[in-house]
Write a new protein. Sequence first.
Length: 146
Amino acid sequence: MTPDWISGLLGGALIGAASGLLLLGAGRIAGVSGMVGGLIEDLARGLPGGRAGRRPSAETALFLLGLTLAPALYLSLGGIREIVVEASAPTLIVSGLLVGFGTRLGSGCTSGHGVCGAARLSRRSLAAMGVFMAAAVATVALGRLV
């Protein structure tokens, strides 16, 4: 069994490599929320009543497909990890909606700001990271009080 820190190191290296390859190969930043939002907007344009527009880019579709298939590949290579969620369905739904709202409000998600923005020393991303880390600390502190 691989120690957790090695799995984390390898996972981080793979995320960094994928983000770097996307930036070098396609000139795009690997902000997952922006990719998903853009893909949804592109697909909605093709629906009846939607505005005709561009088709989803191959890079975006393949990157998101890789994110979706990676857990299956991990499991097929023998990686097994039990995940236990100790929250109710309503709590998870509200949490997901809050994360989505915060992602749109902050013009990006942790992958975009934390991995790509920090690597480029983007002031906006560094500020966003400070805000979401402070919010995470406050949330945990509040959760332990309640």
